[in-house]
Ligand binder design. Structure first.
Ligand code: ATP
Length: 197
């Protein structure tokens, strides 16, 4: 079964594109969703509290995502410790879901940080959703309650657009409208249906 890693910068359109692939009939594994589900496990919450401190946890025992983002923003060691807790568990879940989806001709695995982490070793191909940085910022600001400066900081921490494009096997140009986006997904769906690993 062909495993396609779908990635792209913040707000590039990964979720939008993965929904279109899902409608086309592809199997989808969403590592963001897995990460959210894992972060509800008490074992994970406790491990994160031990590593990052109690301020990473809300009074109701849920993770304080804003605090975590702040803690790891300029502390690379803490960021790596957090990843060491989460990434092996996410990988396990991905492997499990791959087994469950084994009858699909191909699977799209959505990994925002596919090229910044070793998650790319899980996939056969890299599909990048690409937009110009200005469009990326505009769409995130419109969608979320974030300032341009905050969005720029996140973009600066992610893989550079040119490097991401160099590492891509396939690219979806999402500077277009939804009809043209759909057309690109349909073309890639056909390609992946007929492609071996
Ligand atoms: P994140 O990295 O934050 O998880 P993402 O890569 O999953 O984001 P989306 O949430 O799919 O990105 O898209 C970001 C925003 O841009 C959303 O509000 C979405 O509706 C909008 N959007 C996506 N594609 C297009 C498009 N082609 N035209 C207009 N708006 C779009």
């Amino acid at each position: 079964m062909l495993k396609v890693g779908l990635t792209g910068g913040i707000g590039s359109g990964k979720t939008t594109v993965s929904r279109l692939f899902e409608e086309a009939g592809a199997g989808i594994i969403d590592t963001d969703l897995i990460s959210h589900q894992l972060s509800q496990s008490l074992e994970i919450v406790q491990a994160i509290a031990t590593t990052l401190g109690e301020q990473a946890i809300n009074p109701d025992s849920s993770l304080n995502r804003a605090a975590i983002a702040e803690i790891i923003f300029d502390d690379n060691a803490k960021k790596q410790q957090l990843e060491a807790i989460l990434h092996p568990k996410i990988r396990q879940q991905v492997e499990l879901q791959l087994q469950q989806l084994h009858e699909n001709p191909y699977v799209i695995i959505v990994v925002p940080l596919l090229l910044e982490t070793d998650f790319h070793t899980l996939v056969d191909r890299v599909l990048v959703v690409d937009v110009p940085v200005d469009t990326q910022k505009q769409r995130v600001i419109q969608r979320d309650d974030r300032s341009e400066q905050q969005v720029q900081q996140i973009i600066d921490q992610q893989c550079d657009r040119d490097i991401r494009l160099q590492k891509a096997d396939d690219v979806i140009d999402n500077s277009v409208d939804l009809t043209q986006l759909q057309q690109q997904v349909t073309q890639l769906h056909q390609k992946y249906l007929h492609k071996q690993t």
